[in-house]
Ligand binder design. Sequence first.
Ligand code: AMP
Ligand code: MG
Length: 402
Amino acid sequence: MQKSSATDLLTVEQAIHILDQAVIHPRVSQLNLADAHGLRLAQDIIADRDDPPFDKSQMDGYAVRSGDGSELTVIDTIAAGHAGDVRIEPGQAAAIMTGAPLPAGADAVVPVERTTRRGDRVIIEGEVKPRKWIAPRGSDIHAGNVVLTKGTRLGPTQIAVAAAVGASRVQVFARPVMTVLSTGDELVEFDQTPVGGQIRNSNCIMLVTLLRQMGCDVQGDAHIADDLPATVEAIRANCGGDALFITGGMSMGEFDFVPKALQMLGAKIAITKLRIKPGKPFVYATLDRADGGVCHVFGLPGNPVSAFVCTVRLASRVLTRLAGGSPQAAMGRAQLISPLPINGDREFYQPAIRSGSNVEPLGWKSSADIYTLARANVLIVRAENAPATNVGDWVDIMEIPT
Ligand code: AMP
Ligand code: MG
């Protein structure tokens, strides 16, 4: 195989374009609202009635007629949840609690703090303006209004909205289902003691954790030896979900079997390398499943920082679409507090610590240096061949899931 020069490789932008064009068929499921946290709606949610459903008191106080006298007879007490059955006539008032329906005849509420009660009489201080302390029926939302649109992610407040309009079962995009595979004869499980040239497998648990944090349903993980038939078999056995993540064995080493195995399985390989640092050997392929669906295969470099960056920057785009969302990188700007040298010929994602509007680049050791990445909360994004930057310069940053 001929070694490709940097300019032969895709740019990050081109790779993202390919990922964003990939055909996606998100799965839809019907769930109880309480089980839908973090998922995106596959339907609009419509208000089933006006909210408030009646003219509602916003205060504990007295329902009165504006412009009436300053001393009134209290004829009823209306608690929240109870409709008053009285009509307020001139010279009358009803004690009313926050959230209770305004009784007929009344057109204002006076907060209890502005009143003095003497038996069945109440004395009102100051002027009473019409409509004061009343939330009119439908002032928040009208029956038939769309309160949540398809694609909205259901966080706590969106779940409250769905609950308020009685959407007890909701159609949502299902969590993308996937498996994580690691490769490499040098790896032992992280609860084992490495000997000789061995190292612990840190990628597998990192990816399982990251993907779950991104809302994916990671059904399992497994380790594959650096062996072509074993790699083919492991991919075949684990491509039944929406996606498959494989780390290591992605580049040109003598024991890098993943691209070859994907080819043997008839995968459509759309990306093999790109100009990203860390992470050049990133593979994206699709495998047709026996059930007629498609498995999106992400081949990540074995180096942990590369595997992380490629997942967050690249694979996440397909995962977001599989979950019914529109991909959007969490980009921002911050001011450098130490200078950076001229960048090389790959778009560079440099671990850094952002605090407020300042960002401190962390010393770049290598794409194996998970220790530095774990101290970072952002990545500084540097364009190919970006010039040296000085203290105080504004740079692009990307948030990283922590
Ligand atoms: P590879 O991409 O397989 O050539 O691996 C690149 C580097 O990443 C090598 O130093 C590997 O030992 C290391 N590496 C590969 N897989 C893992 C893993 N699962 N956990 C930690 N390090 C890994
Ligand atoms: Mg390897």
